[in-house]
Write a protein that binds this ligand. Structure first.
Ligand code: PFF
Length: 446
C-alpha cells in the first residue's frame, strides 16, 4: 500500500493515546497485581522493570520500525522487508496475527466479566447485603451463559470502533478514554492510600523480598512485560504503520513503556493497600480482582461508588487493548485479501466471536473439554502468553536486529542519537533473543 493512502494517526497525542491504550489493559490492572502478589511483591516488580528496560523497549521499537518502514501489517512487513529468499519470515508474521486473534478470544471474555461487574456495581447489587460468598458468586456467573452475552457485547463494541477506521475510530476513542482512565486511576489511588493500614500494602509492593526470586519469577516477569507492552504479535507493528513520518519512534516507545509500567505500579498501589487494610490474602491469584476486591468494596464506605469507578477503569483499559487486537486482524485481512474494511471487520470479529464463545463457556458447560489438562480458555491463555508472545518477540528482535537492512533501521530510529540507536540494535541482536531463549529453556527444564 502506498504511504499516501494509508490511514494515519493525526496528532502526537493520538499516537501516544492509541499505543498506551493498547498497552494499558487487564495486563496492568488484573494480571500485574496478582503476578506480583504470587511472586513476592517488590522482587517481582524489580525483575519486571529490568525486563521492560532491556527487552521490552527494544522490541517495541523493533515493531514500530517494522510497521513504519513497510506501512504494512506484520505479515506484509516481514514479507516486504526480508531480503530475497527470506519470504518464509512471513510465516512468523502470520503466527503473530493468529496469536493476536487467539488472545482476543480469551481476553474479550475477561473484559466481558468487567462489563458484568460494572453493571452489578452501578445497580448496587455487587456491594449490597454485607459479607457474601464472592467465590461462589464468581463461579456461578462464569459458569453461565451470561458471560457469553457480555463477551459478544464487548466484541460488538470493538467491531463498531474498528469499522470507523484508524482516525475516526481508534484514535478518537483513545483520545477520549485514556485521559478518563488516568483521572479514574488518580481517584482510586487517593482512596486506597487513605485507608488505615495502607502502608503495609505499599511495603509489600515496593520492598523486594529476594527470598521469592527464583527462575519462575524471571519467566513470569518477562511474560508479564511482553503481555503488558503488547509486543510479540504485530499489534504494535500495525500501529507503527499508522505513525506519521515525523513520529519519534524511540521516544514514543519509551513514553509508552513508561506509562504502561506506571499504571501497573499504580494499580498495585490501589489494590494492595486495600487488600492489607481489610486483612485479605495478596497472593490470591487471578481471583484477586473479581473475588477479593468485591469483598473489600462491600466493607468500604461508599463501596458501590468505588466499585463502579474501579470496574469502569478496568473496562476502559481492556477496551482500548481489545481494539488494538481487533485492528491487528482487520489490517491483515484488508492487506492480504484486499477486503473492504467492513468485510475485514465482519470476518475478524466473526472468527474471534466463534472462539470467544468457546472460551467463555470454559468455566461452565465446556469445563470438561480439556486439552493437555487445560480448558479452551486456559489453553489459549497458556499457549499465547507463554509460547507465542515470547517466540514472536524473539522473531521480531532477530528480524529487525539481523535481517532488515541497517540503513532502514537507523533511518526509522533517528532522530535518536547514534549511541541510542546502536544500543537498541545491540540489545535486539544479542540480549533479547538470548534472554528470551534462556527463560524459555529454564521453563522447559523447570
Ligand atoms: N497489553 C494488554 C494488557 O496489558 O492488557 C494486552 C495485549 C494487548 C496484549 C494487545 C497483546 C496485544 F497485542
Amino acid at each position: 500500500m502506498k504511504e499516501d493512502n494509508r490511514p494515519k494517526f493525526t496528532t502526537k497525542f493520538g499516537v501516544i493515546a492509541a499505543t498506551v491504550g493498547s498497552a494499558v489493559g487487564l495486563g496492568n490492572i488484573w494480571r500485574f497485581p496478582y503476578e506480583a502478589g504470587m511472586h513476592g511483591g517488590g522482587a517481582f516488580l524489580l525483575v519486571n522493570l529490568l525486563c521492560v528496560l532491556l527487552i521490552g523497549i527494544p522490541v517495541v521499537c523493533a515493531e514500530f520500525v517494522l510497521g513504519r518502514a513497510s506501512r504494512r501489517n506484520i505479515f506484509g512487513a516481514m514479507d516486504y522487508l526480508a531480503p530475497k529468499g527470506g519470504k518464509w519470515w512471513r510465516i512468523a508474521g502470520f503466527l503473530g496475527v493468529l496469536s493476536g486473534t487467539l488472545i482476543l478470544s480469551f481476553y474479550a471474555v475477561v473484559a466481558g466479566w468487567t462489563l458484568e461487574y460494572l453493571f452489578q456495581s452501578l445497580s448496587g447489587n455487587l456491594t449490597a447485603g454485607g459479607v457474601r460468598e464472592s467465590h461462589a458468586e464468581f463461579n456461578n456467573f462464569t459458569a453461565g451463559w451470561r458471560c457469553v452475552f457480555w463477551t459478544i457485547v464487548l466484541l460488538s463494541i470493538n467491531g463498531v470502533v474498528v469499522l470507523r477506521g484508524v482516525k475516526k475510530g481508534i484514535e478518537n476513542v483513545s483520545n477520549w478514554l485514556m485521559p478518563l482512565l488516568f483521572v479514574l486511576l488518580v481517584m482510586m489511588t487517593v482512596n486506597s492510600l487513605l485507608l488505615p493500614g495502607a502502608m503495609d500494602g505499599l511495603r509489600f509492593l515496593f520492598i523486594p523480598d529476594m527470598a521469592h526470586v527464583d527462575s519462575s519469577t524471571f519467566l513470569s516477569a518477562l511474560g508479564q512485560a511482553f503481555f503488558s507492552l503488547s509486543v510479540g504479535l504485530g499489534t504494535l507493528t500495525v500501529y507503527g504503520s499508522y505513525f506519521p513520518s515525523d513520529t519519534k519512534i524511540v521516544k514514543s516507545a519509551s513514553i509508552m513503556a513508561g506509562l504502561d509500567t506506571l499504571v501497573a505500579i499504580v494499580a498495585g498501589m490501589i489494590i494492595f493497600p486495600a487488600v492489607f487494610a481489610f486483612g485479605k490474602e495478596p497472593a490470591a491469584g487471578p481471583q484477586l480482582v473479581f473475588e477479593v476486591l468485591p469483598d473489600i468494596f462491600r466493607q468500604m464506605t461508599g463501596g458501590a461508588i468505588w466499585s463502579s469507578v474501579f470496574f469502569l477503569l478496568l473496562l476502559i483499559a481492556s477496551l482500548t487493548s481489545t481494539i488494538s487486537l481487533s485492528e491487528t486482524g482487520v489490517a491483515f485481512c484488508i492487506e492480504r485479501w484486499h477486503l473492504k474494511r467492513s468485510k475485514a471487520v465482519a470476518l475478524t470479529m466473526g472468527f474471534v466471536t466463534f472462539f470467544g464463545i468457546f472460551c467463555a463457556l470454559s468455566f461452565g458447560p465446556l469445563a470438561h473439554v480439556t486439552f493437555f489438562g487445560m480448558t479452551v480458555f486456559g489453553l489459549f491463555d497458556y499457549v499465547t502468553s507463554n509460547i507465542f508472545l515470547p517466540l514472536g518477540g524473539m522473531m521480531v528482535s532477530i528480524f529487525v536486529g539481523w535481517i532488515v537492512d541497517r540503513v532502514t533501521v537507523d533511518k526509522q530510529l533517528s532522530p535518536a542519537s547514534k549511541y541510542v540507536r546502536k544500543s537498541i540494535v545491540f540489545l535486539l541482536r544479542y540480549v533479547c533473543p538470548l534472554a528470551i531463549l534462556a527463560v524459555f529453556i529454564n521453563n522447559l527444564i523447570g
